[in-house]
Write a protein that binds this ligand. Structure first.
Ligand SMILES: [Zn+2]
Length: 317
């Protein structure tokens, strides 16, 4: 099971900041499993340095896997605590760090066992980092860290690791998906029943509608009113909302980097565009809005009114 699927939120947060050029100088990972934390960090470092999307085969990827990259320093201990001497050694090593890449990378295992003196000493390095130094503090709980250290790190919380990868996927879906498999089923049943062209046109219209809803209240309302003529009957409107939910779910998977769960984006590249341009909370809000619209329609509200309500709810934040 790939670490991207196991820890989609932590991995995607790192990849997003890499893509946007907003890397933090220090990340504080918290999670019960040290190996899992290490996997997240090493995967990210390969993405950062490999040049071939973490290919696993090149010299750099192998160096990172073996923790033998010249610019990668790992601090660890078998003792109960990490002491100030080890932080001083780290700082010395950093100043001599032979920069083969553009980055100096520090991984501190069990950072929550750093003594208070050690944390205070470390604080200086995190506060005034040399250029392009990235710290990864691995901890079982960020609460064990000094608030001054915590506040200078971006926190990444890892999901608990289940017994098997399968379970983890289900957990992820259960956690983040508001739509259900039923919606996909609905879409694909529809595909068999109606002509492919009809479904294709419907999906195109729905994508335009989603884009409008996400862009602004006015745009959203204009698109809802345009959509009115497309699906005159109530059953068509309910089917359209279900398909809309399936599309939003796919956008959400894209945002989370869960491409393997996506089924529609290859046929409809706009899904990727929507995912790139919107944050996860907005997508979730849209999904909740559409779900509410579906509920309203079942209790006799017209499709247009239900969707207008969804648009207003989405944009009132
Ligand atoms: Zn590589």
């Amino acid at each position: 099971m790939s670490i991207q699927l196991n820890q989609p939120v932590a991995v995607q947060t790192l990849l997003n900041s890499l893509q946007r050029g907003t890397l933090s100088h220090a990340y504080l990972l918290q999670g019960a499993n040290l190996e899992e934390q290490m996997r997240v960090v090493l995967f990210f470092l390969k993405k950062l340095l490999c040049g071939k999307e973490a290919c696993e085969g090149c010299k750099v990827c192998k160096q990172i896997s073996n923790m033998h990259h010249p610019d990668l320093i790992c601090v660890k201990t078998d003792a109960a605590t990490l002491k100030i001497e080890q932080v001083r050694e780290l700082q010395k090593a950093l100043s001599y760090c032979n920069v083969e890449s553009d980055f100096k990378m520090v991984v501190i295992e069990k950072a929550d066992t750093l003594t208070i003196q050690a944390q205070n000493a470390l604080l200086k390095s995190i506060e005034e980092p040399e250029q392009q130094t990235i710290f990864f503090l691995l901890s079982s709980s960020s609460n064990n860290m000094l608030p001054t250290v915590r506040s200078r790190c971006q926190l990444l919380t890892l999901k608990p690791v289940g017994r098997s990868g399968e379970e983890n996927i289900r957990l992820t879906q259960g956690e983040y998906s508001l739509a259900t498999a039923y919606l996909y089923e609905h879409y694909y049943k529809g595909l068999e029943a109606a002509s492919h062209e009809y479904i294709h046109n419907t999906v195109q219209h729905l994508i335009v509608l989603i884009e409008g809803m996400l862009s602004s209240q006015v745009e959203g309302l204009i698109h809802v009113s345009k959509a009115q003529g497309l699906w005159p009957s109530k059953s068509e409107q309910i089917a359209a909302l279900s398909t809309m939910q399936a599309l939003l779910q796919e956008v959400m998977y894209q945002v989370l980097g869960l491409q393997s769960l996506c089924r529609l984006y290859k046929d409809y590249p706009s899904i990727e565009t929507i995912a790139r341009e919107n944050e996860l909370p907005v997508i979730k809000k849209a999904m909740i809005g559409v779900e509410e619209a579906q509920r309203m329609m079942r209790s006799n509200t017209t499709g247009q009114m239900a969707l207008e309500y969804a648009v207003l709810r989405l944009q009132d934040a």
